[in-house]
Design a protein around this ligand. Structure first.
Ligand SMILES: [Zn+2]
Length: 382
């Protein structure tokens, strides 16, 4: 089985390179907006017609010839995709692309041999921290400090400019390294929550980071400030940019944090058990609306990270039924205590066996036990 991996690097283009990237993005935007406008007065035109029209547009606008024609063609494909999303009622009517929003273009990797030497137009060199990109040449990158090499075959690279003005490149690689199945010798159950994002049956709690709270405070302050400012004014735009920057920081920080937790857990254990993510009582707490949206995203990212890492490391991953009341059952004696539906009870002594239970650790132990049942059923059935 082939798997695809994306490596995202921060890109540090020189002035010339930045100029070229911006021109490429500009041309792509031009083609997109031109045909969006064109389609307003011309019904019944399809993707094929637009592609056929493109050479004419290039003749009329010489500057379009400077950039990769696949980029221009992809602008048409993006536009058609936006329209099909619109007709399928997934999204609103396509809007004109603005210079100030996030933009990107993709280039495909081309390989060949030249004078008996292997040649490729996209190459990542993690030792010198450079990426070779079509028409740009070598560009400085940052990211993946612990890696010294990217395994697998590079398929394409997407160069993007965020609304904050930062540049990134995302390299998609085809890998063939599915881990050999391990013979399991350890198992862990994981409970997911809001206060502590991840609690394991080993008793380890990964908190919903303090750093995030700091970002959150700053974010709220800026949002208040924004609401007082005159819409569209210079200061308004400045605040808006600051907000975008904090959102990007949160996203970045969180991604690394979740990745570290997932690595730690999957390296440490052979069978990993979590709940399936559908309904969880923690989401019913409306007061935590802000945390909710962050948590929703974090939990689903975390679960897909776990699933992914288990796959490539040959570990076993089980998701158990969400309707299993993992937090109400005593993991020691099996007594079901429905008083525990009250989320404010964080720790208690079991009314039947008297054992002390931490709510989340107890839940993760129950999840572990359910996973164990599942594992032995699966094994004995096989
Ligand atoms: Zn008990």
């Amino acid at each position: 089985m082939k798997i695809y991996k994306a490596y995202k690097f921060r890109l540090y283009p020189t002035n010339d390179q930045r100029g070229f990237i911006n021109r490429t993005l500009g041309c792509k935007r031009f083609v997109y907006n031109y045909y969006l406008n064109y389609l307003k007065d011309n019904n019944g035109i399809n993707r094929f017609d637009l592609h056929k029209d493109l050479p004419k547009l290039k003749e009329e606008n010489e500057f379009l010839k400077e950039v990769d024609s696949t980029v221009l063609r992809s602008a048409i494909d993006d536009l058609c995709k936006a329209f099909s999303d619109y007709y399928a009622k997934r999204k609103g009517y396509p809007k004109f692309k603005s210079k100030f929003n996030k933009q990107s273009y993709r280039t495909s990797c081309v390989r060949g041999t030249y004078k008996e030497k292997e040649y490729s137009n996209i190459e990542v060199d993690l030792l010198t921290r450079n990426i070779k990109l079509p028409k740009l040449g070598k560009v400085k990158i940052r990211g993946y400090r612990k890696k010294d090499k990217i395994e697998g075959k590079i398929l394409n690279a997407t160069i993007s400019r965020e609304s904050t003005g930062k540049y990134y490149v995302s390299v998609v690689v085809e890998e063939n390294l599915l881990g050999e199945k391990v013979t399991p010798t350890s198992i862990v159950g994981i409970d997911l929550g809001i206060k502590d994002l991840v609690v394991t049956s080993d008793g380890i709690k990964y908190s919903n980071e303090k750093v995030l709270m700091k970002f959150e405070k700053r974010l709220k302050r800026l949002q208040r400030k924004l609401s007082r400012q005159v819409k569209g004014s210079k200061n308004y735009l400045k605040t808006k940019e600051k907000i975008a920057r904090i959102h990007a920081k949160i996203k970045n920080y969180r991604k690394h944090y979740l990745n570290d937790i997932a690595n730690e857990i999957v390296d440490e254990h052979d069978i990993i058990v979590t709940e399936d993510l559908k309904v969880k009582d923690m989401y019913k707490d409306k007061r935590k609306a802000f945390n909710k949206s962050l948590s929703d995203a974090a939990v689903s990212t975390f679960l897909s990270l776990i699933e992914w890492k288990c796959k490539i490391k040959g570990k076993i991953y089980y998701k158990i039924n969400t309707y299993y009341p993992s937090s109400q059952i005593c993991s020691y004696c099996g007594y079901k205590n429905s008083k525990l539906k009250d989320l404010s009870i964080r720790e208690y002594n079991c009314p039947k066996c008297g054992i002390y239970n931490d709510r989340d650790i107890n839940a993760s132990l129950n999840i572990l036990l359910e996973g164990l049942k599942l594992h032995y059923n699966l094994v004995s059935l096989a």
